[in-house]
Design a protein around this ligand. Structure first.
Ligand code: NAI
Length: 458
């Protein structure tokens, strides 16, 4: 064989990227008896496991423990929070990640998926079997799945490094900064603001839009803003970033209009972009739109035989969506004719303190679709026994079509993320409040708040 000529291996399925979308697809396809190559340049598990959901939620749990200690006297418990040992926090977080990584690697190995380490590049042209080239290997697949995920974006002129960091670098902070500016009040911004404030940093969030977590129902944004105010987190909405200058020991952030904010650390959380650049997608004939892969409902790209899953497909950038995409494509390739993933039915949780959980339409979106035929009800957690025991405020808000199904559920409060499962079923099954009321919710749970809201509406 001539030198530099890649060695060709054939598979039923070649997957580029081993994050939530890629590994889910690989494992399910292997269960269907397909031969699978899974290409990964870093570690199986991707953003979610290594620099996203899992490590962030570990930090958020440590933050909750800190808050519990800080507020122990409220419950008559004598405890003193003497400090945050960041290296120990990082160690706890890393152990959680490495346990899950070990488990996942074992699953991939056990499923006889061929894991190919290295950076892959798509090769293809209509009428030819698509392939992924990794170093000197050429992996052809009857089907190829693009699952390359997303990266933390920055702004023009704002270089990441030193005190200026994205959510990735924050996960390795070995000390608690005295003052933090968080740029972007979306999901990542509010979660990291919440962690750092619980750890004792003085936090300011700078958000260009008029409210935090602008994708959520307005009632949720308002409740979070109130709760953050109580927690002494400064929220600057309608505030646009203009420049950041590194100073001797930190960074000075200038807002449009000239106001400056001094901080030890600037966290940049202005969204995540699709990883599609330089991977041969467009050259192979995969249509992109502003960097995202154009895919139909069945996740087929413009190049026959090539699918796309997860964050590179426009829509909510959530691990469980990527995971569901991966399962869908594997089932589809195996001829099981699965139902496509519906973005509107995907539950969302923001793990700040307090948490925000939602599924379906916001009240505003429901009114756009259904006009005046929309009914809402907001049950205050003040009436919920378990929430009072925990000392949390918040609500369950139900959005329904008048006389018809529940089309949206929005919840705020400590631990309310755990309630999103029932909310997802109610919206997904197009339940009416009257369908729910004969069914019981255990007492005393926060789950009862959903039951109370249904009673009120029925
Ligand atoms: P995002 O799009 O949710 O929020 C970014 C925010 O930055 C927006 O509110 C935007 O208005 C603001 N912004 C942009 N440019 C700005 C500027 N120049 N000045 C001031 N503000 C500016 O993106 P985020 O929070 O980075 O998250 C990325 C993705 O990751 C989201 O899709 C999110 O859903 C997902 N994610 C989900 C999590 C969860 O489900 N718990 C956790 C972490 C991320």
């Amino acid at each position: 064989m001539p030198q530099n000529q890649p060695q060709t291996q054939q598979f039923d399925l070649v997957i580029l990227g081993a994050g939530s979308g890629g590994y889910a697809c690989a494992l399910r396809a292997a269960q269907h008896g397909l031969s699978v190559a899974l290409v990964e340049k870093a570690k199986v598990g991707g953003t979610c496991l290594h620099v996203g959901c899992i490590p962030t939620k570990a930090l958020l749990h440590a933050a909750e423990v800190a808050d519990t200690a800080r507020m122990a006297s409220r419950f008559g418990v004598e405890a003193t929070l003497t400090g945050i040992d960041m290296p120990a926090v990082l160690d706890y977080k890393d152990k959680v990640v490495s346990r899950l990584y070990k488990g996942l690697s074992g699953l991939v190995f056990g499923a006889k998926v061929t894991l190919v380490e290295g950076e892959g590049r798509l090769e293809g042209q209509p009428g030819h079997t698509p392939a992924v080239v990794v170093g000197d290997q050429r992996l052809t697949g009857r089907s190829v799945v693009l699952a390359t995920g997303s990266y933390a974006k920055s702004l023009p002129g704002l270089d990441i490094g030193g005190p200026v960091m994205t959510s990735t670098e924050v996960l390795a902070l070995d000390h608690v900064p005295k003052r933090t500016v968080v740029l972007g009040g979306g999901v990542i911004g509010v979660e990291l603001a919440s962690v750092l404030a619980s750890f004792g940093s003085t936090v300011t969030i700078v958000e260009a839009l008029p409210r935090l977590v602008a994708g959520e129902d307005e009632a949720s944004s308002a409740a979070l803003a109130r709760a953050f105010k109580k927690r002494k987190i400064t929220v600057r909405t309608n505030a646009r970033f203009s420049a950041a200058e590194r100073t001797g020991d930190g960074v000075t952030v200038t807002l449009e209009g000239g106001e400056t904010l001094d901080a030890d650390v600037l966290v940049v959380a202005v969204g995540r972009g699709p990883v599609t650049d330089g991977l041969g997608f467009e050259e192979a004939g995969v249509e992109l739109d502003r960097g995202f892969v154009v895919a139909d409902r069945r996740l087929r790209t413009s190049l026959p035989g090539v699918y796309a899953v997860g964050d590179i497909v426009p829509g909510p950038q959530l691990a469980h969506r990527g995971f569901a995409h991966g399962l869908f494509v594997a089932d589809d390739i195996a001829g099981r004719n699965p139902l496509p993933v519906q973005d509107l039915l995907i539950p969302k949780v923001t793990y700040s303190s307090p948490e925000i959980a939602s599924v379906g339409l916001t009240e505003a979106a429901a009114r756009e679709q259904h006009g005046d035929a929309v009914q809402t009800y907001q049950y205050d957690l003040g009436g919920n026994g378990k929430s009072q025991i925990l000392g949390t405020q918040g609500f369950v808000k139900v959005v329904r079509v008048e006389g018809g199904p529940i089309v949206g559920m929005h919840m705020v409060g400590e631990r309310m993320g755990e309630q999103v499962g029932e909310a997802m079923l109610l919206v997904g099954w197009e339940a009416t409040p009257a369908d729910v009321t004969p069914l019981l919710h255990a007492h005393p749970t926060q789950n009862e708040a959903i039951g109370e809201a249904m009673l009120a509406l029925a």
